[in-house]
Design a protein around this ligand. Structure first.
Ligand SMILES: [Zn+2]
Length: 101
């Protein structure tokens, strides 16, 4: 399978009901991704921010040599890539609230 972070061709390690292990030779190393997160990313067509996710994995390896990326970590550590942030629009002010002019 492809690495879920950088899309390099990778080995799939163990797979459990709740997570899949990936061994990426391109720099991400070994990690696990929760099945919920994989499903969510496919459904919403999201991807990982490669740099941030690799940093997160490096930090997490202090505790666990094969860290598990859960949906919680993905949200809290902001591991999603921000390709969509270009379309962020400024808040639209309601004209009705500006009655003082
Ligand atoms: Zn990778």
């Amino acid at each position: 399978m492809k690495c879920l972070i950088c899309q390099a061709a990778s080995k799939t390690g163990q797979a459990a009901q709740d997570w899949t292990e990936v061994d990426c030779p391109a720099g991400c190393g070994r990690y696990k991704v929760s099945a919920n997160l994989v499903a969510r990313m496919k459904f919403r067509n999201e991807c990982f921010d490669i740099e941030r996710t690799r940093q997160w994995l490096e930090m997490s390896r202090n505790d666990d040599p094969v860290p598990l990326i859960s949906t919680y970590d993905y949200n809290v550590s902001l591991l999603r890539c921000d390709t969509e942030e270009k379309s962020v629009t400024a808040p639209i002010r309601s004209r009705q609230s500006l009655t003082s002019d």
